[in-house]
Design a protein around this ligand. Structure first.
Ligand code: XMP
Length: 229
């Protein structure tokens, strides 16, 4: 089984967040490329509670705090992110390059953190402003030597556009499959490297079984779209 999905660990309200994340991490650990932790996981508990869980994890561990500040402050956040064991972080590209992403990119390199920039989003509102600047954001991603960009599975034309502009050097991570409506495998078939999946797996009764079934669906779809079947 090829590892092509990243699990978004966003605990819902009224659960013990640490226990919820720990359960899902142990169930899915061997099946997926990595995990993404966002604000719902950390606003109440902080990062300390999770350090033990991910201590020896060798896959992608992404801090999704969508940094969007001046470079010096984002760099301070990057130091903290690194100190808690993450190996990748997501920032918004709309803050611009000078004194913002340029500094964060340098800090990421110094710390050995993978920098992932949001260039388009999966919700409708992305069309109101963000998508009109896609080319500018891609230029920033290239200039900053970003390891990856986030582009939406809900609009695969955007993924295709991104791939045609950045070539193979930048990874495309794509949320929006499952709970947000896009079909499993559709992002990878249109040029993404990974599909980010949250609730359709993390909210399932049998998490491992659901993940295995979704991965199989993606693999089958990708085989067909790549003409291997
Ligand atoms: P679901 O439960 O919808 O989770 O499968 C999706 C995860 O992806 C995040 N998300 C985004 N992150 N740009 C991002 O950087 C986006 O356009 C975007 N859309 C969804 C969301 O926070 C959740 O963790």
């Amino acid at each position: 089984m090829v590892k092509i999905i990243i699990i978004a660990l966003d605990p819902p309200p009224n659960v013990d967040e640490v226990e919820w994340i720990e359960n899902r991490f142990y169930e899915l650990n061997g099946l997926v490329s990595g995990f993404k932790i966002g604000l719902p996981a950390v606003l109440k508990n902080g990062l300390e509670s999770y350090k033990r869980i991910f201590k020896d994890y060798k896959g992608l561990l992404i801090a999704d705090f969508k940094l969007a500040d001046i470079g010096d402050i984002m760099s301070m956040s990057a130091e903290i992110i690194k100190s808690y064991g993450f190996n990748a972080m997501i920032a918004h590209s709309f803050v611009g390059y000078s004194n913002a992403i340029d500094k964060l990119s340098k800090k990421a390199k110094d710390l050995g953190l993978k920098l992932i920039l949001v260039v388009s989003m999966s919700h409708e509102g992305s069309k109101e402003y963000i998508d009109g600047h896609l080319n500018d954001f891609l230029q920033i991603a290239v200039k900053a030597n970003a390891w990856g960009v986030v582009a939406p599975a809900t609009r695969v034309d955007v993924i295709r556009n991104v791939r045609s502009k950045v070539g193979k050097d930048i990874k495309i991570l794509s949320p929006g499959v499952g709970a947000q409506g896009a079909d499993f495998g559709s992002a990878i078939c249109n040029g993404a490297d990974y599909e980010i999946i949250g609730r359709s797996i993390t909210g399932a009764e049998n998490i491992k079984e659901k993940a295995t079934q979704i991965i199989k669906t993606i693999e089958e779809r990708v085989k067909i779209c790549r003409g291997l079947q």
